[in-house]
Design a protein around this ligand. Sequence first.
Ligand SMILES: Cc1cc2nc3c(=O)[nH]c(=O)nc-3n(C[C@H](O)[C@H](O)[C@H](O)COP(=O)(O)OP(=O)(O)OC[C@H]3O[C@@H](n4cnc5c(N)ncnc54)[C@H](O)[C@@H]3O)c2cc1C
Length: 393
Amino acid sequence: MQDVPIVIIGGGLSGLYAAFLLEQKGIAYRLLEARDTLGGRIAVAKSSGMIDAEPVVFDKKAADNDHSNKISDNAESNNVFDLGPSWFWPDYQPQLSSLIESLNLLCFAQVEEGDMMVERAADQPPVRMQGYKSAPPSMRLVGGMAALIEALYARLDARCIMTNQKVRQLTKSDGHIEVQSEDSSRYMTTLRAQHVLLALPPRLVEGRITFQPALPQNLSTQWRETATWMAPHAKYVAVYESPFWRDNGLSGAARSAIGPLTEIHDASTLEGNGALFGFFGAPAQVRESVSDDVLKEHCRAQLARLFGIQASTPIAEYLKDWAQDPLTAMPADISGDGQHAVAPPSKPKIGEWQDCLTGCGSEWSAQFSGYIAGAIDAATMAVQSLPVKVLRQ
Ligand SMILES: Cc1cc2nc3c(=O)[nH]c(=O)nc-3n(C[C@H](O)[C@H](O)[C@H](O)COP(=O)(O)OP(=O)(O)OC[C@H]3O[C@@H](n4cnc5c(N)ncnc54)[C@H](O)[C@@H]3O)c2cc1C
């Protein structure tokens, strides 16, 4: 059994940023990520210009074999589309903004120039209205949000990061924590740690990881009741040769009471393809009962109603339903109200687990619970609050 001062569970933004902070402090750790890929809710599709091309997420193995894949080069980053988060707000998220700057990532403002389209009822044609601009502006990253994951990973020791390791159980024994994880062949690995950083949503921790002994009842309930931000949602992206709607004075934004997409935005890259993305209005249970092909067909028809016949023939399209991803959503998220959670306590204050577990996923951020900025904030707080005995290892 391998001994390590800290185990980080989860290789989304919060886990990778916690790893980055630990490496800066010279503290040894292992990060265990259940998926084959890193980034968690930060996922992108890279368009090859082929219809129905598969979404591509950040691939750790490819990056390890080919260093050039670690930091997105401009040619590739031109055709990257966000399936998870798209926006951040530097004006009120200064810590995230300085990180992005220090990693030399390029950003640009969400395109909002032009009119928007509105669909009010099935028996009325869509109407064109004056668009509005967000203030402060929503910013996007060149290369999609995955550029942030790639840039962080490029600065980490790849030997400390293990993908395809689903953590199943934490056992407190003899002053240590045994962290048991399972790979896709059901092979179990056990690490022994002084402290565990939980870099995943609180609800997943409570629902999918067994604690031996059990967590304090109160804490368990609070973690279970913390909704995972955006877990009930699904995104559709349609890619075109160019943002043709702009020639007609449209911003690419739309609102619809008919659906299947309720809120649509321009998702074009800075200098590459045009693209539109939308959030589905239909609840997760309804989406699950319809095939992806049928959902995409309805999305294309809606985009054609709103932006003209050209919108019915994208060169690529992608659909990511987060509610059907068990490494993001629990059944309670699917039927939840989709509100931002109030951050629950990040540490057990009593019992066996006191001083050896800290929540560091985005939902634990008091300031930006559920946001990307929350992942950075929660990871910072978690590393800052590590017990002195662990820091001295
Ligand atoms: C559709 C969508 C749109 C969004 N839009 C925005 C936006 O525009 N702006 C914004 O600020 N935020 C947005 N968000 C939220 C943002 O994506 C999250 O706040 C952020 O990515 C959370 O990072 P995290 O590391 O805390 O959690 P996650 O990204 O959820 O990472 C948790 C990781 O833990 C892993 N894991 C789960 N279970 C286990 C296990 N048992 N063992 C090991 N690993 C495990 C998962 O695979 C995952 O990689 C959006 C999210 C979605 C889904």
